[in-house]
Write a protein that binds this ligand. Sequence first.
Ligand SMILES: *Cc1c(COP(=O)(O)O)cnc(C)c1O
Length: 435
Amino acid sequence: MKYYSTNQQAPIATLQEAVIRGLAPDRGLYMPKQILPLPKTFFGHLEEMTFQEMSYQVALRFFGEDVEHNALKQMVFDTLSFDTPLVSVSEDVYSLELYHGPTLAFKDVGARFMARLLQYFIQKEKGQEVNVLVATSGDTGSAVANGFLGVEGIHVYVLYPKGKVSEIQESQFTTLGQNITAIEVDGVFDDCQSLVKAAFMDDELNKTLRLTSANSINVARFLPQAFYYFNAYAQLKRQGKDINHIVVSVPSGNFGNITAGLIAKQMGLPIHHFIAANNKNDIFFQYLQTGVYQPMPSIQTIANAMDVGDPSNFARILDLFGNSYQDIKAHIGGATYTDEQIALGMQNCYRENKYIMDPHGTCGYLALQDFLKEGETGIFLETAHPAKFKEKVDEILSIDIPIPVRLKNFMQGKKQRVSMEHDFNDFKGFLLRRQ
Ligand SMILES: *Cc1c(COP(=O)(O)O)cnc(C)c1O
């Protein structure tokens, strides 16, 4: 499969080039040249397959031309060492729990797959070590660091703002050691992001080191997120539920997750409608209302992984629908919630259904409450375990939510990190000295 850039100015790339580069040279996002549909027989038998088996069939459509099939199968099976159960919350409303991976967030799926694919390409070319730079406000850093932990030929640098990530989150990327280096930056998230961006633009650094990114811009992180949409459908079928009018509500920040769902639909997965659920960072919602895309500085909310003022995957959505506002509006609905509404939604769901949601999943749930019609089956993606946001969830629900063992183990490790000013020359010098 070849990949083109959404900006149409960069040369067509192979999968290997797209994965190692991350962003295309014209600053566009890579898209597969074709989205290959799956046959009717596949959907007819989906409920008889395991999550790993069906995902391998999906992965073959994306990566089958570029990766030896045995290796690809191994990657998919290793990545999906955990399930994504579909849990009934109330009549016609289901939660697709994407938080059963090592760091208890959906980003585990994409990060674990990307680590394995990148390693495959590095081993093939017996090339120089690759350095993954990732700026994080919390969840991305932990999923990427854990996904890449112990992978030979790759070193990961996680940059995070000092004092601005939770204890739990910090412990998930500072206690790992091995090929993971955590860098605590004296600044805010945007400062971390700008250090990483400056590194990608720096000629000297790029001549000496191979650098890549691991956010949802990278096709190797973005495409595997399609897997669990198929798993949701299979579970509904297995439970004998109505599969003809499925609405999927996706808590969205950078819009990588929902875009992967739209691709699953283009491959033939019968999803009737999507809803992008936003917090107060509602640039996409406003776009649906007006047809004008107006990026904004991000606003801090209790669903902080969705505090994005200029969603990077919007370029992919435009591309999927040929830049047609009418088409986008026809396929994707929008919703936006304040922190107060999120808290109230979490309380109502807990009271009525005894189901505990995290603040991000709550946005997805609320959008189904508001927009699901008679005769439709609603699925919202529960993108993180509520215990990852323990302080907030405890306070809102007046409970003491138990911390899963996996999370506790991280918290017992010894934190190791390098402290740094927000200064590019310091960062550059540090990277160069480590070679
Ligand atoms: C990253 C994240 C999101 C947003 O996902 P996008 O793919 O960026 O839209 C939602 N919820 C949680 C918990 C996240 O970590």
